[in-house]
Design a protein around this ligand. Structure first.
Ligand SMILES: C[S@@+](CC[C@H](N)C(=O)[O-])C[C@H]1O[C@@H](n2cnc3c(N)ncnc32)[C@H](O)[C@@H]1O
Length: 224
């Protein structure tokens, strides 16, 4: 399924407000003028992140009708919505996030739990009742403002997601996870290359240019 292109709107200028910090003004102004944020609202997606998955799937076409997907770090739920649309009613989406206030996404099996807890993998295995075809991870630890620390924390989550994916993926399965550039991402890429037919780093157009975020994309799982 290919996505519709979308049109850029006019620039919104923020009025000065007493007491608002410069960092909040910069964030708000970026949100208001971000075409992906606007389009996510128009299409009813819970996050602009939805477009990252749309763009990766338009390029690699892995989300197909009837497939079973696990979405890690799913809140607020843009990726889950896209996965549900593309796997259809014969497919299944199991989504997990640690945010306690998360409402979940109708149509998906939603688990509120920290993925690093031992019980999380047990819950996911129970919900999937067997293997799954795709494991997605957009998990991101909240930023400390220290690039090296943020990189290592996200890489820790990515390695954990890979450890889980290697247990649950069906042969020819797909694994995608968020990584931050900083050194350790190449070690993970090399490790994962042993288990898939095709592995690469990708930066979808909607991923902000000034962010060191990218995604590890792996297809054709070679189950031993
Ligand atoms: C960038 S957001 C995901 C956005 C999501 N893909 C979407 O489309 O709406 C990252 C998410 O990872 C979650 N996260 C970070 N560490 C986690 C962990 N240890 N266990 C579960 N979720 C985690 C955060 O709570 C946050 O909601």
């Amino acid at each position: 399924m290919k996505s519709k292109p979308f049109v850029r709107g006019l620039t919104t200028k923020l009025k000065k407000k007493k007491g608002r910090k410069l960092s909040s003004t910069t964030w708000l102004s970026r949100q208001l003028n971000d075409p992906y944020v606007r389009e996510a609202g128009v299409r009813g997606y819970k996050s602009r992140a939805a477009f990252k998955l749309i763009e990766m799937d338009d390029r690699f076409q892995f989300l197909r009708q009837g497939l079973r997907v696990v979405d890690l770090g799913a809140a607020p739920g843009g990726w889950t919505q896209v996965a549900l649309e593309r796997v259809g009613t014969n497919g299944k989406v199991i989504s997990l996030d640690k945010q306690e206030e998360w409402d979940g996404v109708p149509g998906a099996v939603c688990i509120k739990m920290d993925f690093t807890f031992d019980s999380a993998i047990e819950e996911l295995l129970k919900a999937s009742n067997g293997t799954v075809d795709i494991v997605l991870s957009d998990m991101a630890a909240s930023s400390t403002g220290h690039a090296k620390t943020d990189h290592l924390r996200i890489m820790g989550l990515a390695e954990h997601a890979w450890d889980f994916a290697s247990q649950i993926l069906s042969p020819k399965g797909v694994f995608i996870c968020k990584v931050l550039q900083g050194g350790a991402e190449d070690t993970l890429l090399k490790e994962i290359k042993k288990s898939f037919v095709n592995v690469k780093h990708v930066k979808p157009p909607s991923s902000r240019k000034d962010s060191s975020e990218m995604y590890l994309f792996a297809e054709g799982f070679k189950k031993l």
